[in-house]
Design a binder for this molecule. Structure first.
Ligand SMILES: NC(=O)c1ccc[n+]([C@@H]2O[C@H](COP(=O)([O-])OP(=O)(O)OC[C@H]3O[C@@H](n4cnc5c(N)ncnc54)[C@H](O)[C@@H]3O)[C@@H](O)[C@H]2O)c1
Length: 405
């Protein structure tokens, strides 16, 4: 079977692509990489087992000709491409509305033209300001005013649903709609406001965790593989045509409790928690986890997701407590270099300044908070190990290797 995934280089799309490749399907992906990332699918593009099985078009779903060609070739279409994440929507309001409304309309129009099955990704956000749970598909919907652009995402997804249902009723299109609840797992980035990776990244960087509102709003979290299974199953279920489905976990948690739990679980996982180097795409780290170690995480319990965080943080690589003497060693070493007439390149100087700032910020904190100091000034773990190792010059040796590379 040939499968088209719009937004296939994104978080959920890349997992869906992987699942279809694994069962021998051909996968076609269109993605403009606005919030997605080539790294998410590169392993499959480079994998000889999938030679001639995976095709990637870096393009927008608003490109009619490309979309026409791809929809014509494929048997089924998962439409996941969208402007996503509250922060992204707030920063790009007009573009977001266009992609979510015109983009979906294009998919529906072309699937109708070529008589292809379509699955449209909607969101639990369409329920708006509901305070009760569980939410059922036929619940009424309550939004804030149009002056608050935050609601445009929910409204655009709701409009997608109306349009899809209209195509089903008036044009006979086979289309099913899924309202995804918070989905979490490898390859998710916190960069666009996704709550779980953002909280974890903030906790790891020892930054305050940003909770919007009073934090009493509740959410569920679903592991991405469960979501993928649900999407694939729905595509194969005739009765799913013209229907809307919630896809979400069963464990409900308030955002405030989630923040507390992440802090607690991470602290426990790290035991003595000096923090690792920055992990801008934390979930990416899961890719390195040995599969047998994460067996059994397939449930959608929050605790399972957090367990993955523990695996991602290899305790052996965690930094040692910051030795106060480093500051003195640093000064002595700098003086020696000056006496020897050593001059530094601009890049080396930048590193040295970073080390100096780092020492200053680490020393200005209370001993009680010491373990939580922002140990993430420098680059990778290797460099950080060197930074906190016995000999400060090791950093420069590493730096030289790095600069020479
Ligand atoms: N992850 C969640 O928790 C969640 C919750 C509710 C709904 N959803 C929905 O699921 C779908 C996938 O979300 P995700 O979490 O994987 O997000 P994601 O940002 O990782 O994936 C969306 C992908 O669409 C691509 N894209 C955006 N605009 C495009 C355009 N004009 N043309 C081509 N590609 C474009 C992005 O580059 C990205 O790769 C989205 O429709 C989203 O609204 C996700």
């Amino acid at each position: 079977m040939r499968v088209l995934i719009t937004g296939g280089a994104g978080f959920i799309g890349s997992h869906l692509a992987e699942a279809h490749l694994k069962i021998g399907d051909e996968v076609y992906i269109i993605d403009d990489l606005s919030t997605g990332c080539l790294d998410n699918i590169k392993p499959f593009l480079d994998d000889p087992r999938y030679d001639g099985k995976i095709f990637f078009s870096e393009d927008t779903i608003l490109n009619h000709n490309v979309m026409m060609e791809l929809t014509g070739i494929c048997d089924i279409v998962y439409h996941l491409a969208a402007a996503v994440g509250v922060r992204y929507i707030l920063e790009n309001p007009l573009e977001s509305i266009k992609i979510n409304i015109y983009g979906t309309e294009k998919v529906l129009e072309l699937c109708t033209k070529f008589k292809k099955k379509a699955l449209i990704a909607s969101s639990s956000e369409v329920y708006g300001k509901h305070l009760h749970a569980p939410l059922i598909e036929t619940d009424n919907i309550i939004y804030g005013p149009s002056s608050k652009f935050r609601w445009s995402y929910a409204a655009s997804k709701l409009m997608d649903e109306f349009t899809a249902l209209a195509y089903y009723r008036n044009k006979g299109l086979w289309v099913t709609i899924v309202r995804l609840f918070n989905t979490v797992g490898p390859r998710q980035t916190g960069a666009y406001g996704m709550v779980m990776p953002r909280f974890v990244e903030q906790a790891l960087s020892n930054e305050p965790i940003t909770v919007y509102g009073d934090g009493n709003q509740t959410r569920t979290f679903t592991y991405v593989e469960d979501v993928v299974k649900a999407l694939m199953a729905l595509m194969q279920t005739d009765a799913a045509a013209g229907e809307v489905f919630n896809i979400g976990g069963i464990e409900e948690i308030s955002i405030l409790k989630l923040a507390e739990r992440i802090i607690k679980e991470l602290a426990a996982a790290l035991e003595r928690p000096p923090l690792t180097a920055p992990l801008p795409r934390l979930w990416q780290a899961f890719e390195a986890v040995e599969p047998d170690k994460v067996k059994g995480h397939g449930g959608n319990k929050l605790v399972d997701v957090i367990a993955l965080v523990r695996h991602a943080l290899n305790p052996a690589k965690l930094l040692q407590p910051f030795p106060i003497t480093v500051q003195q060693r640093y000064r002595v070493w700098l003086t020696e270099q000056a006496e020897k007439g050593v001059s530094f390149t601009a890049q080396q100087q930048k590193w040295l300044d970073a080390i100096k700032d780092h020492i200053a910020s680490s020393l200005s904190i209370d001993q009680d908070d010491f373990d939580y100091a922002p140990f993430n000034v420098m680059g990778g773990l290797g460099e950080a190990d060197a930074l906190f190792g016995d000999k400060l010059p090791t950093i420069l040796e590493e730096l030289n290797v790095r600069l020479a590379a």
